[in-house]
Design a protein around this ligand. Structure first.
Ligand SMILES: [Zn+2]
Length: 569
């Protein structure tokens, strides 16, 4: 049963009890097995959903508290407990969907709940079997091992010690020597850890291939797509899509990079030079956290009544933890507490344009979550990941008219670099994706062969990148730093798919804001009711897989970019 929203600081802290959880779930499982008719099953499903809403909310509260205060023992213990319980929940989830998928009353239930829900059930059943449980545990372990190595990086640089993300700041420094030195320090660290990280990946690839074989698939690729919840497109379509990027986007990017280097006055650019968009530095926000939240309040209030209500809700119920502080986990995310219909935004503000991006990008995620919380069937609230990013990336563009407020004198700089970066992201995304397809089709390749292949793919999509000062990266090892390759295989292309759809909103918004915004609200309200391609069709958005669709979005954006005089920025 839904509860009235309350302030985050008033949320009860409850750690789910494993014994109770097992008892409850066993009970539900027995009940659902006994159902003879659809109405009977619907009653039990409702009870399960209500219970899961409570457990989910308790779990999310723990996760937020744990990441906000990683040095708090109580929260850490609670999070560990939760991690232990999560396979149990998947186990019961699987068993319950198995019963429903095979039930004689299924057609009647499908009429009530929609066929897509059953497709989702079937998909999750295809990805799991009790017999691969030990491998799945091992897979999680290896992924965490990777995170430990990356998170534990201690890199010496100019008398200080930095982790990878801290060093990133120097990689975009205005001073070329600083960038170069930082790039060399990073490369040295990568070289020292290459064997270790390469081995983790090798183990992961073999393990995943073994899981796929045990479940009856030829390679991991097919299983990877199933895990991503993709029901309406396949690797062949994605390949064609990548080819469109190579043909239509790469030449545009090469022109942009050329102009950028001309503006910076760099004759023989190296990869780290591209991190700096303008000679006088990248755009910086015009104020601190309080100032930016006020600007966001203004923006969401003016965009429309729904977004005004949403942002005031976020402020009133303390649903944003934005300041960086000691003991807080790095990064940023958006999560929600279903029991209170409340989204939550976690971030680490650092005084760069990233802070504005949190308020627009994560804000877009939270806004969709807020709008689709009214959807009754929980499985239909959140869409698959490529669809999720449409909401966030489109909001980044709806925010453009408000950049004067966020960035002051740097507003034009921000808009240009935001659009250029977004376009330039597509070839990189394709690189990561093409590499993974090759890896899982050639699981027995050596680390050296993988790197050689990666380098070959880099030349196809990002030929501007030169690694003369960085011998490790020159071997084709960039992918070792891309976490998705390790933890979430085949996920990465989703960002590019969403980007291509978000571009359509950007273009439409420049032509007719009212119309574009209305369309966006409708899309957000759809939540996860439809798979990716159907969602696009229902909302009159172009399907990125259809040949020519990338060209159609890139052309008008190129024109927008030409409207900026970067030599004066
Ligand atoms: Zn996102």
């Amino acid at each position: 049963m839904k509860k009235q929203p309350i302030k985050f600081s008033d949320y009860p802290f409850i750690v789910p009890n494993e014994k109770q959880l097992v008892k409850k779930m066993e009970g539900f499982l027995a009940q659902i097995k006994e159902c003879k008719t659809a109405p009977e099953a619907l009653k039990v499903i409702k009870k399960i959903n209500n219970y899961m809403e409570v457990i989910d909310t308790e779990g999310c509260v723990i996760y937020v508290l744990y990441t906000c205060y990683t040095d708090n023992e109580k929260y850490k213990k609670a999070q560990d407990k939760l991690d232990e319980m999560s396979p149990l929940l998947s186990k019961y989830g699987t068993e319950i969907s198995k019963v429903l998928v095979n039930a004689p009353y299924r057609p009647e239930l499908e009429k009530k709940l929609g066929t897509f829900l059953f497709k989702k059930y079937e998909n999750s059943l295809k990805a799991f079997d009790e017999k691969v449980m030990p491998e799945l545990i091992q897979e999680n372990k290896l992924s965490s091992e990777y995170e430990v190595v990356m998170g534990g990086a201690q890199i010496e640089f100019r008398g200080g010690t930095y982790n990878l993300s801290q060093l990133g700041k120097f990689l975009q420094d205005k001073d070329r020597d600083t960038r170069k030195e930082a790039a060399k320090a990073m490369d040295k660290w990568l070289g020292e850890n290459e064997a270790k990280i390469g081995k983790i990946y090798d183990d992961l690839v073999h393990l995943r291939t073994e899981i796929a074989h045990k479940l009856g698939y030829k390679s991991f690729t097919e299983l990877g797509y199933i895990r991503m919840g993709r029901v309406d497109y396949n690797a062949k379509l994605v390949e064609g899509y990548r080819n469109q990027i190579a043909k239509e986007v790469v030449p545009v990017c090469n022109k942009l990079y050329k102009q950028q280097m001309k503006n910076l006055g760099i004759k023989k650019p190296q990869y780290y030079d591209y991190n700096l968009m303008f000679a006088n530095g990248n755009p910086t926000p015009a104020g601190d956290r309080e100032y930016l939240v006020n600007q966001a309040h203004k923006m969401y209030s003016e965009l429309g009544p729904e977004s005004k209500e949403f942002f005031e809700f976020m402020m009133k119920y303390e649903l944003m933890d934005l300041d960086a502080r000691k003991g807080k986990a790095p990064g940023g995310y958006q999560i929600s507490f279903p029991l209170y219909n409340s989204p939550f935004i976690f971030a680490n503000f650092n005084g760069t344009q990233h802070d504005v991006n949190v308020l627009t990008h994560e804000g877009g995620h939270a806004f969709q979550c807020y709008l689709s919380s009214a959807i009754k069937i929980p499985e239909y609230r959140q869409p698959t990941l490529e669809s999720c990013e449409i909401h966030s990336m489109s909001m980044e563009f709806f925010a453009w008219p408000y950049m004067d407020g966020f960035f002051g004198k740097d507003a034009e700089k921000y808009k240009y670099s935001h659009l250029a970066d977004s376009i330039e992201f597509l070839p990189y995304g394709a690189t990561i994706d093409e590499f993974q397809h090759w890896v899982y089709e050639n699981p027995d390749a050596t680390h050296e062969q993988r790197c050689a292949k990666f380098h070959e793919i880099e030349l196809k999509y990002t030929p501007h990148k030169k690694y003369d000062d960085t011998p490790t990266l020159a071997k084709g090892t960039w992918w070792l730093r891309q976490g998705h390759v390790f933890g979430s295989p085949f996920y990465y292309i989703d960002y590019t798919l969403a980007q291509v759809v978000a571009f359509q909103f950007a273009i439409e918004n420049m032509k007719n804001h009212e119309k574009a915004w209305k369309k966006y609200i409708k899309l957000c309200k759809c939540g996860g009711k439809y798979p990716f391609l159907e969602l696009l069709e229902k909302n009159h958005l172009r399907n990125p897989f259809i040949d020519g669709s990338i060209k159609k979005v890139i052309k008008p954006l190129e024109k927008v970019l030409k409207g900026f005089d970067t030599s004066k920025m």
